[in-house]
Each structure stands twice: as C-alpha cells, then as structure tokens.
Design a protein around this ligand. Sequence first.
Ligand code: ADP
Ligand code: ZN
Ligand code: ZN
Length: 746
Amino acid sequence: MVAEVIINTSVKDLNKIFDYNIPNDLEDKVQIGSRVLVGFGHKKTLEEGFVVGIKEKSEYKIKDISKVEETQYLNSSSIQLAEWMAYNCFCNVSDCIKLMLPPGTTTKIVDNRVKEKSGRFVSLNKTIEEIDELIANKKIKSEKHIRILKFLENNNECYLQDLISLTDTSIAIVKTLQKNEYIQINEKEIERNPLQNKNVLKTNNLEFTPEQKKAYETISNSIDDYMNSEFLLYGITGSGKTEIYLQLIEKVLELGKTSIMLVPEISLTPQTVERFISRFGEEQIAVLHSKLSQGERYDQWQKIKRGQAKIVIGARSAIFAPVENLGIIIIDEEHDNSYKSETTPRYNAKQIARYLCKNFDIPLVLGSATPDMDTFYKALSGDIELLKLTKRANNSSLPNVQIVDLRQELANGNRSMISRNLYEAIEENVQNKKQTILFLNRRGYSTFVMCRDCGYTAKCKNCNITLTYHSKGNKLKCHYCGYEQNFITSCPDCKSNNVRYFGTGTQKLEAEINKMFPQASTIRMDVDTVSKKNSHENILNKFKNENIDILIGTQMVVKGHHFPNVTLVGVIAADSSLNIEDFRAAERTFQILTQVAGRAGREEEQGNVIIQTYNPDAYSIEYAKQQDYDKFYDTEILLRKQLKYPPFCDIIQIGFSAENEQDVISTCKKMHEFIKQKIKQENVPIILYNPVPSPIDKIKNRIRWRMIIKCKFGNNIIELINEALKQIKTNEKVRVIVELNPTNML
Ligand code: ADP
Ligand code: ZN
Ligand code: ZN
C-alpha cells in the first residue's frame, strides 16, 4: 500500500502531497492521520509528516516510510478539517494539523504518566540573557542542549519527565546541563491540575425567567431534532445568558455528548471557570488557554482525549480540542476580536465552529450583548435565529451613564486627566468605601516622544514604528520587535532640548490619582503588570479581597469580572479607539464602552459610569451612553452599506514582505496582474486596488506592501486566490499572507 504524506514544514509550496511506500511490518499501523518519519529530498535527517490518504499504488518511484508514531492522535475527519482550513485560510495543511496535536513538541510523548505527589522540577540557573549570550557565543552548541534551555526560557520551570518527553531528549543530557550549572533540579510538590484546590460549593439550576425559558427551549429542541441551526443569544450583560449555557451543557451531558464553550482569552478567569465547576464538578471539565504551562495544557488535552472531560472551556484554539461525539458549540462574547487568529493559520474560530456544527448536525450558539455587525445582520435577515433577552435576570438595574465633554473641561482650565465630575465621584466613592474602576484604552506611561521644534519622533530602527516610553528603567520600547533604547532628553536631529512625551498611559494615570487621592489605595492592571502567569488573577483577587479603592487598567479590566462592591466606572478617554484607522472603529468603541459600563453596580447598588471624551456627539458614544445596541446598529449599518464594508462586502488583504524591496514589489505586481486578468476573463464582481506600501511599511527589517480586494467572499473568490498563490510561484524570500476582514489593518 502507498501512503500520501504531507511534510511538516513551513517551507512554501509544501501543501503538495508526496507518496511513500508502507512497508509490510507497518501495514496495520499506518492510517489516515498517522504521524510518520520519512526521508525527504536530499536531506540526511528524517522529516516528520502526516498521512492524509492511502491508496493501492503510486505512479512514481517511491521511498519507504521509516517510522510511525504508536499513538494515533488524528483521524480522517481531523485531516479533512485541516485540508478545508488550508484551502479557506490560504495556508499550509501541516500548520493546521499542528493546531490539533497535543501541546508539546515532537514524538515520543509518554501517555498516562503516573500521578505522583512530588517530583523533580527543572529550571534555569542563569538569566535568559546569560543563556542567550552563551548560545550566541557558541559556548553552548549541542542542538539538544539548546532545545532544553530554550524550552525552559519559555516555560520557567518544568517537571523533569515532561521536559524530557516534550523536548525529545534524555536524562543524561539534562544531567550534563546541571553539571555545567546552566540548570537546576529541585524536588517539589506536583501541582499539575489548574482546577485543583478550588473548593467550590455546588450550585443548582436556577428557575428560568420566561425569556430564558423560551430561548433555552428553542435551542434544546434543535438538539433533539439533530438540527444544524445557528442561534444568536442577544442579551445585555446580566440577562442570564450563562445560566442558559449551563443548562444546555447539562442537557448535552445527559445525552452522553461533549460540549465546547469558547470565551475570550482575557475573560477566561477563575471566576468564569468556577461557575462551571460549581455546577458540574471538576472531574468532567477541561480548561484550555495560553496561560497554562505546557505540561498543564498537555494534561487537559489528554483529559479530553480520554473522554473524561465532556465539557471543554477555552480560548480560540480550544475549538480544535480532541473531542468525540460533539453535542453543542457555544461562543460567548461572540463579537470579541480574540476569536480571530492574527498569526498563521489565520482562521476565525467562528468559521471553524460553523464547519464542525454542520458536520455533526448540532447547534451553534453565539452569545453577546453587543453582537458583531455581521452576526446581527444575519440574525435580522433570518440566516441566524435571533433569541432576545431584554431584562436583567436578577433584576439589578442598569447603571447611570454620564458623558463629560473634555473640550469644555479644557476651556475651564482643567488640564488634568480627570474631569471635575469624575473627581467628585471618585472622592465620594472613596469616602463611602465603595470601589472604583478607571479604564484607559492604552498601555505604557506615555505613548510617544516628539521634538516640539522640528517634529522628530523616536522610531524603531527595524519597524518604522513610534517607540513607546516606559518609565520603568527609563526606556523607549518597540511593541512589535522588542527593540529598546534609553530615553532621550534632546533631539538627535536638531539638538533642541524641547523634547516632549505625549499621550497618557496607565502608569501616569496612577501617579496622578495617587497625588489627587493620597488616602486611597490603588492597583494597576495592564500588559506590563500582567506578564507573569497568574498575576492577572492575583491582581483581581487582591482588588476584590483587600477592598482596594481604585483599580486602574486597560482592556483587561473590561471583560467578564464580577465585583459586587464596584459602583463607579470612569472612562478616561473614550476617543482613543475612535481615532484608529479602521472601518470598525465605531463598532469597537461602542462595544468597549458598553462592556465597561456593565462593570458598575451588578448587585443591589446603583452603578454610575462617567465617560470622558473629546467627541461627545459621536453616535457610538451617544448610543453607548443610552446602552442601546439597536440604535447603534441602525446607524452603523447604513454607513457600512454606503461605504461597501462588511457585512455588505468583504475585505481581503494580501500582504507581502521581504528584506529586499524589489522582491516585494515584483511579487506584488505579478499577483496583481494575474488577478486583474482573471477578473477580466471571468467577469468576477470584485474591486481590486493597486498594491501600495503598508501603513507600517517596515517590521523587523522586512519591507511590507499590501493589496486590497473588496468583494463578497465566497467559493469563487477562494478559488481565485488559491490559484493566484499557486501561479505566481513566489520568490522564496517573499512572505505572502492573505487575510479576510483583518482585525488589524496596519
Ligand atoms: P450574562 O451571562 O448574560 O451576563 P448571567 O447568567 O451571568 O448573565 O446572570 C447574571 C446574574 O443573574 C447572575 O448572578 C445569575 O446567577 C443571575 N441569574 C441568571 N438567571 C437567573 C434566574 N433565572 N433567576 C435568578 N437569577 C438568575
Ligand atoms: Zn528636533
Ligand atoms: Zn521594532
């Protein structure tokens, strides 16, 4: 027999399938989905590959498969999904397959390790910089040594057995590193279960309100009828959507089936997870997200694979969890950006969920208080069934929202970041021992540095992006490539000393608040304070348990938490998301303001929200104040129609990058020409724009160009683009990335 194999490499054009002979002794082991090692090209080492098909014979002279992995992780439906994805997301099949494999790296993964009470843990004995320097200076050369050290750089600490299997090395190699004092091994208690030690009280089903009951029954009926229906559960925060998810999952469990529930990465907090554990117990729940260690993720993955966890809760990539017998997929906060992957493969979890639900004839439930424009459009036109929850389930009232015009504030001589109204509200809250959240849509201390005399701004050498000032260590940093330099006090161009730091960040806000309210305690949460594992959770717990007066933060404070004692939310500048170069700016602003307002007064207490803005008349801000999604939608949809934006038309961005500008331009032109000819010949209704340099025209020393297409995305366009990608036989040095309705247009 002959196996059709896809080689696992990111090298371009390797979506191609190669034939390999299956030796007799491997005949019953090699199946579709098997991971194999094969000789490839003139390489001496064996390459990893995946079997995507099996047939009688090949027309070529072919090599034997050298080795096959004992445990089979994939089956033919996973391969089918990977192939479908590669075609629809314009990437390699092997990149898609990787999303479905157990976390960790290569072969030799040990199954069903014994759970022990304590174990030996390995960690670095030097700083990351020291290790990197040793590697750079060739003091450490062995590939396996480097693999272990790099792994530890990314994972802090690792259980010895895991380290060996995940890096495909041996105890002897680890010991050598220990002898050289690069790493240390310590005996410690094992805590592999992220859900462990959560003593949660069991909760019971709540009795539904009439609206909840109706929504539940509609979805429940479609489960009974094996229907592939899609629902939008549209309800304000606190309207009881989660209670509906819980009871749907219960029903699916009773049928012996599995549920996948996706939540945005950022709101995958212990609070969210606890609600599920307290209903169903920890045994049958698996949680998947990026904050888990490699070992933890591996264990969760196995718990699903074994069929023990029948409820999977996770961020975007949990859609690829190895479930059997799927019964429902729920996507909470379906409008959230994090469902779209911004690295290859550039898939959207919603798109994958639709594929799976169709294949298994099961319902897809999307939930949101501020649905994506596209989803709501489909719901109104009947493609998705609309289920509305209009009231808060526990009868708490919606917060009062007040808008403050910052232009007026400035005219009255107030130059601080805090308006008079907000100042008074904070003061009153602090006095009454109530908590406050201040929300800022930025990070860092100050966004950028500019010379007031000549207009010079400090930019990254590699990326052509403005550098951001960080007061910790007095550095200017590039958020794209990590480049940093010391901050400047005089202009390198004109030598003027009139250099100013513009913009405001969380650090500066915290400093200002501490000055204004010396008696109040504050805590800050942003990307800089939340870098270590768990510190997100620690900050929130600290804020809640120690009753800290004021929480200052970025986007992270917005999602899904429940703080009973928070009665005031202040938005420092609502405009920052309004001024971005993106057709979704208004939608984003509306969503974020509505969500942030939902943090105030979730229980008996009346909540107050104060939104500071320079654009009080912007409709996104006005309707956020009224918390009226329907009105916002009606206004926004007209503009989208006029300007031919989604949902009326899709935007496809084809990005090209390479170190050499000529390479980029010639590939761009070739692709443009090809598509232009096709459009002419076949009369395809699309608008093709000329290739131009991207708004950020250089990142990590690669020159970037892009080409934009506006059209209705569908099978004919997918085919056209795939054909174009194949035809242009791109220069190896040029990276081409195709993205549908990109979240980031820079
Ligand atoms: P959402 O997910 O829409 O934000 P939740 O399901 O979290 O809403 O419900 C908000 C609050 O109302 C929670 O404290 C929840 O326990 C409570 N709740 C939900 N449904 C009911 C119900 N039918 N009866 C009483 N309280 C409810
Ligand atoms: Zn200058
Ligand atoms: Zn950079």
